[in-house]
Design a protein. Structure first.
Length: 381
């Protein structure tokens, strides 16, 4: 095609945008950014293809071929506008002007074009315009010259790719999910099961064990985003069971049977722990260590079976303290945090139940619990 004519056309387009664009804005043009969609469910930009003007048969062929070429780019979703739709809208859409928004609502880009006679006999050219429909501005225009329509159709995908290569896409940064802020103070409940091993000072290994319940509440405070302290009050109990042979006839005749001696006592534990807090994704992981004090509640109940004997005995503690260490994992859930922890604890002193023989034991404890905590006062970073 004649290069001078292309330069004149481009100069005319530039003049049109400089002079007429402000006028169209004053005459009720849609403000920039009013169209907020323009993408299909697969995230592809929708491209509206307006029927091409000019030689009817050639225009129809190019119109269909352009649609296929846009599909092959794999980034766009073409939508053909039928000639009937244009006629029903009662609007005239010059190929060198952006389509009116009423004709192509909700699209991101639009293609217009036309087939025109060339400078030489038997020569034709296809002119295409690519429009940004957010602000109705031209992205790029170009043409291809052909003598045989098959040659034109063969060159068309290259022209379409060339036009769309001038789209400057601004990546829309996905707003990061707002991280849950740590709270200065947290109050919560925890409960679970506790495996316990009871060892007499004269034993090298535990002589009895039990699986019991423990639970209570806690208060934690952050001294630093990576460091917190926690105080707890937990209710729990011990079930000390000895199994052995006894004479149920009590001297009237030897009648040995397997009997269970069960000492049950309740207590409160008051752990004080220090946690190191590390965040990974939605989880907060916290190894911890600390000490605890414990207070027996009342007397220890005694039961032998058989024979069915019941009694209760006072109890005392040589040193009502111990140590604990463990690991906690927490994640946001609803208005608070769900927590899970596993911990080991061991008594410093021994518990003595003052029956006829003074039963003495020291505890080793392995606990697994779940909990929920509510936070108060946002921690300043």
């Amino acid at each position: 095609m004649n290069k001078n004519r292309s330069k004149i056309r481009l100069a005319f387009f530039g003049l049109w945008f400089v002079v007429l664009s402000p006028l169209s804005a004053q005459n009720g043009a849609v403000p920039e950014g009013e169209i907020s969609g323009g993408y299909d469910n697969n995230g592809k930009a929708i491209v509206s293809i307006i029927p091409f003007t000019g030689e009817n048969e050639a225009a129809a062929s190019f119109n269909q071929a352009v649609t296929e070429a846009v599909v092959s780019l794999r980034k766009y979703s073409p939508r053909q506008v039928s000639a009937e739709t244009v006629q029903a809208a009662g609007v005239r859409t010059p190929t060198d002007m952006p389509p009116v928004r009423e004709l192509v609502p909700g699209v991101r880009y639009a293609l217009t074009g036309g087939v025109y006679p060339g400078n030489h006999e038997g020569e034709y050219y296809l002119q295409l315009w690519l429009w940004d429909m957010i602000n109705s501005t031209m992205i790029y225009t170009d043409d291809l010259v052909y003598q045989n329509i098959d040659e034109g159709l063969e060159s068309l995908p290259g022209l379409v790719e060339w036009l769309f290569s001038h789209i400057v896409e601004t990546a829309v940064a996905k707003e990061p999910e707002k991280a849950r802020e740590d709270k200065l103070i947290a109050v919560g409940l925890r409960s679970g099961v506790s495996g316990r091993w009871y060892t007499n000072p004269d034993e090298s290994a535990s002589g009895a064990n039990a699986l019991v319940y423990e639970g209570g509440f806690f208060v934690s405070a952050f001294l630093h985003p990576l460091l917190s302290i926690q105080g707890e009050m937990n209710f729990t109990f011990d079930s000390l069971v000895y199994r052995g042979i006894t004479d149920t006839d009590r001297g009237k005749g030897y009648n040995p049977v397997l009997a269970n001696e069960n000492y049950t006592s309740f207590s409160l534990m008051f752990p004080f722990i220090v946690k190191a807090n590390f965040k990974t994704g939605h989880f907060r992981l916290a190894p911890f260590a600390g000490v605890y004090a414990f207070v027996p509640l009342g007397e220890a109940s005694y039961r032998m079976n058989p024979p069915e004997e019941k009694d209760s005995f006072s109890q005392s503690v040589s040193a009502p303290f111990g140590y604990t260490l463990g690991f906690e994992a927490a994640t946001p859930c609803g208005p608070g945090m769900v927590l899970a922890d596993i911990r080991y604890a061991g008594d410093f002193g021994a518990v003595t139940i003052h029956d006829s023989t003074d039963v003495t034991y020291r505890r080793s404890i392995l606990s697994v619990t779940l909990g929920y905590a509510f936070g108060f006062i946002t921690l300043k970073k």
